[in-house]
Design a protein around this ligand. Structure first.
Ligand SMILES: [Zn+2]
Length: 323
């Protein structure tokens, strides 16, 4: 299946309206795709890159040389830029954008060229301003996809020069199509994001969830939480802290449902969660509700590239204040 659009699940309305733009020659120079992570934004951008680069069909034939090279990520007409995620604070530096613009300003390769900047909000100010100049005076036949989680992550000047498309999480039905055969509780806890689903059902993921629950007990019970150093190293790992927030939110929902004696929820809860929910019994519903609010904010803060350690410290201080 080399037509990439066929491997995209969900987002049907956006796909229809983008195809409409394409067929009516109203394709803009830059799109800003925003929405939760791991829901297929990059996949969709690649599918449309293929449609732009294909020389046989407006909606990609899937079999010509250019289509196949895009599918293998080996097309000279496609450039993908992403931040160095090994850093505590991932960043796209100005050199990456300058290098890109130099390449684009060289004699045209012929055909359309597509630039996909993943996690584009990690561009440092210099990089963003350099890119902005190009968006203001676009190259002919060069099309950009900038990908992020929310428009607020981007400079207003970049937003105003891009066409914004807002994506939502995937439905449970689509998660089941993408990764069939997993337990119900996992689809429910993935909150529409494929990376969460995969992580939480792997062996490594299950182990990490157990660690996340131990950490939750420490967060709730340890009066000297801020003084202890053991959790900081772990929280620095952004994917671990994201997973932890998701796992905490889920047991908190479970604990609240348990307090309200909601029936029919047991199939959504794994054994390890049941154990954790019982441990939360002494915590008041009010405190749990507040903590879930703080967790949602923490999730946004980490997505907005704040230091996860600071985010957890702030959250603990707020939580400790709740009576
Ligand atoms: Zn083609």
């Amino acid at each position: 299946m080399a037509r990439l659009i066929e491997s995209v699940f969900g987002h049907e309305e956006h796909i229809d309206s983008l195809i409409h733009l394409k067929l009516n020659n109203r394709w803009p120079h830059a799109f800003l795709f925003v929405g939760p992570s791991a829901i297929g934004k990059k996949k969709l951008a690649l599918a449309f890159a293929q449609m732009l680069i294909c020389e046989q069909s407006d909606t990609a034939c899937g079999v010509c040389g250019p289509c196949l090279r895009v599918a293998k990520l080996q097309s000279e007409n496609l450039t993908i830029i992403e931040p160095d995620t090994s850093l505590v604070k991932p960043v796209i530096k100005v050199d990456a954008i300058r290098g890109l613009l130099d390449a684009l300003s060289l004699a045209s390769l012929g055909g359309k060229r597509v630039v996909l900047i993943d996690e584009a909000f990690t561009m440092n100010p210099q990089a963003a301003n350099t890119l902005l100049k190009t968006l203001e005076e676009p190259f002919e036949n060069v099309y950009f996809f900038l990908i992020g989680q929310s428009v607020q992550q981007f400079l207003p000047t970049i937003r105003s020069r891009s066409q914004v498309v807002r994506f939502s999480s995937l439905s449970v039905a689509n998660l089941k199509r993408i990764k069939p055969g997993l337990p119900e509780w996992a689809y429910d806890s993935a909150r529409g994001q494929v990376d969460r689903l995969v992580q939480m059902t792997s062996n490594d993921g299950l182990e990490k969830r157990a660690e996340a629950f131990t950490f939750l007990q420490q967060f709730i019970e340890d009066a000297d939480f801020l003084k202890s150093a053991n959790w900081r190293q772990q929280v620095k790992d952004r994917s671990w802290s994201n997973m932890t927030i998701g796992a905490w939110l889920q047991v908190i929902c479970g604990a609240l449902a348990f307090k309200a004696q909601a029936k029919g929820l047991t199939h959504l809860v794994s054994d390890i969660q049941t154990e954790q929910i019982k441990k939360l019994a002494p915590v008041t519903a009010e405190k749990l509700l507040k903590l879930s609010e703080y967790l949602l904010q923490a999730e946004r803060d980490i997505a907005g590239n704040l230091d996860p350690v600071l985010v957890f410290e702030k959250m603990w201080v707020e939580y400790a204040r709740v009576g």
